[in-house]
Design a protein around this ligand. Structure first.
Ligand code: SF4
Length: 343
């Protein structure tokens, strides 16, 4: 499979599959097109191609394409339409625009990266992979993706989807990142790196899926060495989770509530109910929910304490909550809070 003829066959099959079945209409794949060209999205007029690609790549790191498209990409670009806007962004507003996407260090890094571009690259994202790699929050995959998808550089890269496809095609059980990187480079179609890389990503997302790969529909079936036992060649390391029980307390007074702005690394800058491992006293239990956060599997019990006097707390009016960046944990707890409030 590593001979030249097979590689050319793979490249051709991949491209003709992408032509018919690829997700070619995704807006970030059509940035930089002119108004009348196929695939142009009005909502992105005026958005710099590299910037639009960069934002999409960061959002897609941990979030599904459909959610990014439906809920986040366009509103974010409307609020922060350029690197310059990002560099000037108020952290709270930035976190608010990121609310629901999780992994908030990504949002904080966006601003740091924008500032770095101003200081080192005249306010634009550089085009070379090694320069992109110097930027905050940009790792090897993202640097390659920006170089290729924003600047048409003929570079290869490996993400989770490409890793799975390569491992199966070449029948590799535990390939190192270096080995996979070399294989991605070996099969790279330098004449059309943009479509080639998008095709690999799409093949991994749509056909060569983790649990039930659709080998019967795969354009690479004839060439794939791992097609008879694909699941043997894509075992991902099982994440070890730590279980943690937490209590979340909402202190209320009239139509106001106490929320804490987190200073810890975990939720820095985001608002949460008062979280503690000890059960709050004189508070009403209103329900519980499960929540995953990085390596933690949390079981959260939610309580309300209604005060008759204001005491020394700093309260926030309930109607102002929509302006604050709230953690996903806080949003889930607020659901229970609202149910209890209106029942
Ligand atoms: S034939 Fe099956 S295992 Fe091989 S690349 Fe295609 S979908 Fe993946």
């Amino acid at each position: 499979m590593k001979d030249k003829t097979s590689i050319i066959a793979l490249q051709n099959k991949l491209l003709s599959w992408y032509d018919k079945h690829g997700r070619k209409t995704l807006p970030w794949r059509n940035l930089g097109k002119n108004k009348n060209e196929l695939g142009f999205d009005e909502r992105l007029s005026g958005i710099n191609r590299a910037y639009g690609v960069y934002i999409s790549e960061i959002m897609l790191q941990q979030t599904q394409v459909s959610r990014v498209l439906r809920d986040f990409y366009f509103p974010f670009l409307e609020k922060f339409p350029s690197l310059k806007a990002l560099a000037r962004a108020d952290e709270s507003e930035l976190l608010k625009a990121w609310q629901g996407l999780g992994y908030y260090s990504r949002a904080r890094n966006l601003k740091l990266c924008a500032l770095q571009c101003e200081a080192e690259f005249k306010g634009i994202l550089p085009r070379k992979k090694d320069e992109l790699l110097r930027l905050k929050g940009i790792g090897s995959y993202t640097a390659g993706a920006i170089a290729c998808f924003a600047y048409d550089e003929a570079v290869s890269f490996v993400d989770g989807n490409i890793k799975r496809v390569l491992s199966r095609i070449f029948k590799l059980e535990q390939a190192s990142l270096k080995e996979l990187g070399n294989l991605a480079e070996l099969i790279l179609n330098k004449n059309n790196a943009f479509d080639h890389n998008q095709a690999l990503l799409d093949l991994g997302a749509l056909i060569c899926t983790p649990k039930i790969p659709k080998c019967g529909l795969c354009p690479l079936y004839e060439l794939c060495e791992g097609k008879f036992q694909p699941l043997n060649y894509s075992k991902s390391k099982k994440t070890k989770y730590e279980k943690l029980n937490l209590n979340a307390l909402f202190i209320t007074y009239e139509d106001k509530i106490v929320l804490e702005k987190s200073k810890t690394k975990l939720y820095k800058g985001l608002y949460n109910p008062i979280l503690a491992q000890t059960k709050p006293i004189n508070a009403l239990y209103i329900g519980s929910f499960k929540h995953s956060y990085t390596k933690y599997k949390l079981e959260i019990k939610v309580y309300i304490q209604r005060l008759k006097n204001k005491e020394d707390y700093e309260f926030i009016a309930l109607k102002e909550l929509e302006l604050l960046p709230l953690s996903n944990l806080c949003l889930k707890a607020l659901k229970l809070f609202n149910q209890a409030r209106f029942s």
